[in-house]
Design a protein around this ligand. Structure first.
Ligand SMILES: NC(=O)c1ccc[n+]([C@@H]2O[C@H](COP(=O)([O-])OP(=O)(O)OC[C@H]3O[C@@H](n4cnc5c(N)ncnc54)[C@H](O)[C@@H]3O)[C@@H](O)[C@H]2O)c1
Length: 295
């Protein structure tokens, strides 16, 4: 029977600032399957994350199946809105939450990774982050600035990471992002340009799969997850409605769990998925398949 074996592999999960989201569960599952796992955390949320980690507030969430606690190999500071320090406005660079974080840009993280682990050392790259400053506004009311910010942080950042990490990734390595059905169909309240950002992310998955596949021999896929009440999702103000709607209308009515998503990420990261690239994999209890349900 095939089982997921990630021993000897090194992973980076970008977008971990607490234990409520998909990123944390994916990090835990990758470690459970034997990978060494680093995470990248957003500077405005990172201080609280580090404090809670140190105080043992995540100990239950860190528990692996062998009883040990998940230990991160490295925790990087990352603001995925920036590729290099030249892009960072002075007021951000000097602000309290950023000033002592060193180079928190995508290139900064890549350089630190290379220095610490060397070339060909990254086997699994997970992009589990998104941000839309105007997510609470309908698309029709979203400003150009807010719309482009959503695309920049939630979609372009994946292009930048694959482009910059590509040369450091091993042959057969796997890059995975997280998307949502709001890219393809209208979801009430999914605002601020996040629909367009996720559509871009899904399209880029195909182009990156082709180009990074040919250039570096790596795979690129995205998981389209159903609604789950993470901290980020709760910020949209609609997550409870979404969860309840899925319970009523999806083929499988039980609520989606973090673990159902993280298990698929572990599979996609593993050699078992060596034939899968350029795909959007739905992990949403089948909701995407529906037109109309009855009863
Ligand atoms: N929760 C859901 O219902 C749901 C459904 C489908 C897809 N997703 C996607 O899953 C991914 C993870 O989200 P989640 O819901 O697990 O919540 P989460 O809060 O765990 O993850 C979002 C992360 O993005 C980080 N972040 C925000 N702005 C950033 C920036 N500029 N630079 C770097 N990091 C930044 C946050 O600090 C947070 O850690 C996102 O791409 C999200 O769109 C979520």
């Amino acid at each position: 029977m095939p089982s997921i074996d990630l021993r000897g592999k090194r992973a980076l999960v970008a977008g971990v600032s607490d234990a409520t989201g998909f990123g944390f569960a994916i990090a835990r599952d990758l470690a459970d399957c034997g990978a060494k796992v680093s995470v990248a955390s957003w500077p405005p949320a990172m201080g609280i994350f580090e404090t809670m980690l140190k105080r043992g507030k995540f100990d239950e969430d860190r528990r692996l199946s062998n009883g040990q606690l998940l230990e991160f190999e490295r925790v990087f500071a990352l603001d995925a809105a920036y590729d290099t320090m030249e892009d960072v406005p002075e007021e951000v660079r000097t602000s309290k939450r950023y000033a002592d974080r060193g180079d928190f840009t995508i290139q900064g993280m890549v350089d630190q990774w290379k220095k610490e682990f060397g070339e060909g050392s990254l086997d699994i790259l997970v992009h589990s982050l998104a941000n839309g400053p105007e997510v609470a506004k309908d698309v029709i009311d979203t400003s150009r600035k807010g719309y482009l910010a959503a695309l920049s942080v939630s979609a372009y950042s994946m292009v930048s990471m694959v482009s910059r990490f590509g040369p450091l990734m091993s042959k057969g390595a796997s890059a995975i992002s997280l998307t949502y059905l709001g890219s393809q169909q209208v979801i009430h309240g999914y605002g601020g340009g996040m629909n367009a950002a996720k559509a871009a992310l899904e399209s880029d998955t195909k182009y990156l799969a082709y180009q990074a596949g040919r250039r570096y021999g790596i795979r690129v896929n995205t998981i389209s997850a159903g609604p789950y009440a993470s901290r980020a999702a709760s910020a949209t103000g609609h997550i409870q409605e979404y969860v309840e709607h899925y319970e009523q209308h999806a083929p499988l009515r039980e609520r989606l769990t973090q673990e159902e998503v993280s298990a698929v990420a572990a599979f996609l990261a593993s050699p078992l998925a060596s034939g899968i690239t350029g795909s959007t994999i739905y992990v949403d209890k089948g909701f995407h398949a529906m037109g109309m349900s009855y009863g």
